[in-house]
Design a protein around this ligand. Sequence first.
Ligand code: HEM
Length: 463
Amino acid sequence: YWRKVRYWQRRHVPCPRQHWLWGNMEGYKHQRSFNDIFHEFYKEFRQTTLPLFGVYIFVKPVALITDLQLAKRILTKDFSYFHDRGLYHNPDDLTGNLFTLDYDKWKVFRTNLSPSFTSGKLKRMLTTFITTSNVLIEVMEQDIMGGDNILDIKDLMLRYTLEIVGACGFGCQTHSLQNPKDQFYQLIQNTFIGESNGTVEKLLILAFPKVARFLKLQYLPANMIKFYTKFVKDLLESRKNSKIQYNYIIDILNEMRIEKSGRKLTLNEITAQTLIFYQAGYESTAFTLTYTLYELARNGEVQKTAREEIISVLHRHNNQLTYECLSEMKYLEQVLKEILRLYPVSPLIIRQCSADYPLPTHPDIIIAKGQMVIIPAYSFQRDENYFHQAETFNPDNFAADRSDSSFLLSFGEGPRNCIGMRFAKLQMTVGLILLLSRFSFSFCDKTENPIVLTTSKWYIFKS
Ligand code: HEM
């Protein structure tokens, strides 16, 4: 015990004072999120001479990176040391997926699934994005006509992105957009990595995956596992009796064979891999869209400029929303980047070190094999050293003349970055173009201002 809890002190790496059991996670039991806790420490320790500092999750020593160059190096150039996240996964409970799996298995899936997100594939998805966005607009118009001009944007965005992931990833419709009580929509909520677990369970899942597995912690609700497995099984069954040649993510997985053994994937493996696309894909995009509409409602001038650009670009393209005209929406792109900077839905990027790694600038300090490393994307992106008035929403941070000095870690970086990044960007751009050309957004009495980010989420944060 004493060796463990003196880990950083013995290496002369700065670290905050810790509690004998909670380590530096005491705030967590007071409903502060991981990100809140680490952000406070980041502000305290970023000026030290080392490019990192240490924290303890319970008794587990974890390295927090404070130097942007080192962070980028870990994610890209020195990826061979940091290809895993070291997160909980278990073949039996749908948790062995692209996000959680370790290198050897991850690589096979990443190689097979990456072609689903090429420019050609995305271009073909444009029609689905537009059709679904038009359904969203119809639903919003109906809601407005039946009520008092007040819309629950977060709920609408969640239903919208859920529908899009289903349509583009699996060629299926959940009808959650038209029906907020849809069973799929109700069950899928709060299922991302340990979201449905209690405080201590969440910490165990994150910091001690082996213990969590040994204790057989229920990671996803049992009714959710049962429902979702049946959903995938039925979808695959319906394909068998169809003459249509499908080529969605689920079909690629269904045809995939594991190298060497040549065996096909089990239903469990297919189910787990498809589930992560819902888990990682729909809330992240929905919250980013929600934050965008929130900031646009708060900053009327920015909303006006974005709308004017949309109208003028569409006008140049005969009012047709084509793939080509999207790249002309320069200001809208700046707005989205600025939202991703201020509100990175995955504020912490996690890696596990797979072999002893001497720091390039301080070779006497070693990140040890098995060590968890956290790159605080949120803290970097709100650091005055990198962005002027870093807490303020300002799309000019990403204006063409400044883009050389700006950076974004909101989708991670390197070979293990977000596989859905281009999909998400395209979907959000299309959604915003159609929403802003149809509606004007402003606050109602119920809008939280300033926005309060909830602390109950440990990974994705939301208001
Ligand atoms: C605004 C939207 C999104 C944001 C901000 C976001 C952010 C992220 C981040 C930060 C990571 C970890 C990257 C790293 O560790 O370097 C990640 C991974 C991942 N994301 Fe996204 N994401 C978004 C949308 C999506 C969508 C739409 C999908 C699927 C269609 C998706 C699927 C995934 C998957 C499967 C991974 C794991 C990749 C791997 O380990 O190989 N994400 N995402």
